[in-house]
Design a protein around this ligand. Structure first.
Ligand SMILES: NC(=O)c1ccc[n+]([C@@H]2O[C@H](COP(=O)([O-])OP(=O)(O)OC[C@H]3O[C@@H](n4cnc5c(N)ncnc54)[C@H](OP(=O)(O)O)[C@@H]3O)[C@@H](O)[C@H]2O)c1
Length: 357
């Protein structure tokens, strides 16, 4: 009897901690709500309910949230012209809380969640998991899937960790299938951006020679992450100055990827987050152009799932081979300005909203 009581003490204590912490969670919170499709003026600070985490979900008290291009595209109702090979945008109601990436501390655990505790510092990829209410990173509290919520890597601030998910996972998703080998030449178009700088660091960690395009303002940062050759695309066309490469990474547009076929060795590959050239062009150039499926699609046999990819990204960050550069931070109330700054398209790394200091 006594033994049974003692065995249950840690779980009782944990339950009490969880109860205490969840008792401090308010029922309402301040969040940035996209009230309709349009410009930054459609983003409003509103008081909205705090959702309870469902099975397999956690509630995060948000300290920082990342701004991604998908946020202002969804705000505009995805008016961008479709590109061949580009995945369709996620469907989402126009009234929503933006933000797919957040970092903070766990405020409550949903049923069945193990391996995480209330109070843990985590970063998460939120996704469109709650259709029953407003839920997104631009808020004081967000519900996230437990299997896409991971402890902050050592030495990471909340702002840096908030910038790990979407871009790190996108870079890992496109690079793993092309299987970069030490010594191979990897070219990254748009190497200073969120996806580009992630791909550059991952390729360097695999022992590749990394080349990429960026305007002059980013050169010091790119040298600091070990980029071997930087091409200022405002001065020259990359295809005129870059020696043949094994892997071409595209982060800007499919038109560039088509130009990129000129600098890829026969037998090489394109890894793109913005679409691949027409199959006949890839065939002609003897280049492998794998298409990126929707982010939440079931992985093909043998491919890594999203939670596995995210764990891979965290591991790289934990080992010190992948850092997030925070270009600029904005307070939550200035989410519209933050999206417009990101929309200009010239950030070095990530734009981050600070929700709690
Ligand atoms: N499919 C997916 O799962 C997925 C995931 C994440 C992102 N994406 C997409 O990938 C794209 C990039 O995202 P991101 O987060 O990396 O964007 P970002 O952080 O805003 O980066 C933009 C970068 O592009 C560079 N750039 C702009 N025009 C350029 C040009 N003509 N040539 C070379 N570089 C140029 C900019 O550098 P300069 O200042 O030098 O111009 C800037 O560093 C977006 O379209 C995004 O929606 C897709």
């Amino acid at each position: 009897m006594i033994r049974k009581y003692l065995r249950s003490v840690p779980s009782v204590a944990a339950a009490l901690v969880a109860l205490h912490a969840s008792a401090q969670v308010p029922t309402t919170q301040t969040a940035v709500v996209q009230t309709r499709n349009g410009g930054p003026e459609v983003l409003e600070l509103q008081s909205v309910p705090v959702l309870e985490p469902g099975p397999g979900q956690i509630l995060i008290s948000v300290h920082a949230a990342a701004v991604n291009p998908v946020d202002w595209r969804m705000r505009e109702g995805y008016s961008g012209r479709p590109q061949p090979g580009r995945r369709p945008p996620p469907s989402s109601p126009p009234v929503r809380i933006p933000g797919f990436d957040a970092a903070g501390t766990i405020a409550a655990l949903g049923p069945g969640v193990t391996g995480l505790s209330v109070g843990d510092a985590v970063f998460a990829m939120i996704g469109l998991i709650r259709v029953d209410g407003l839920n997104g990173g631009y808020s004081e509290y967000v519900v996230a899937p437990a299997n896409r919520s991971l402890p902050l890597p050592d030495g990471f601030t909340f702002a840096e960790a908030a910038g790990l998910g979407t871009v790190g996972l996108a870079a890992a998703r496109i690079l793993i299938p092309v299987d970069i080998q030490p010594g191979q030449r990897v070219f990254v178009n748009g190497i200073a951006g969120g996806v580009g700088s992630s791909a550059a660091q991952m390729a360097k960690a695999l022992g590749a020679v990394v080349i990429g395009t960026a305007s002059a303002r980013h050169h010091e940062y790119l040298e600091s992450i070990g980029v071997d050759q930087i091409v200022d695309y405002t001065q020259v066309n990359f295809e005129d100055v870059v020696e043949p490469v094994d892997v071409y990474v595209e982060t800007v547009s499919v038109e560039f990827a088509t130009r990129g076929l000129k600098i890829i060795k026969p037998g090489g590959a394109i890894a793109s987050v913005v679409g691949v050239p027409a199959p006949e062009l890839c065939q002609q150039a003897e280049v492998d152009c794998p298409e990126l499926g929707p982010p939440d699609a079931q992985p093909e046999a043998g491919a890594m799932s999203e939670p596995e990819l995210l764990a891979h990204v965290r591991q790289l960050a934990q080992e010190g081979s992948y850092r997030v550069n925070v270009d600029r931070t904005f307070p939550l109330a200035e989410a519209g300005a933050a999206q417009e700054y990101n929309r200009e398209g010239h950030t070095t790394g990530k734009v981050i909203l600070i929700v709690r200091e």
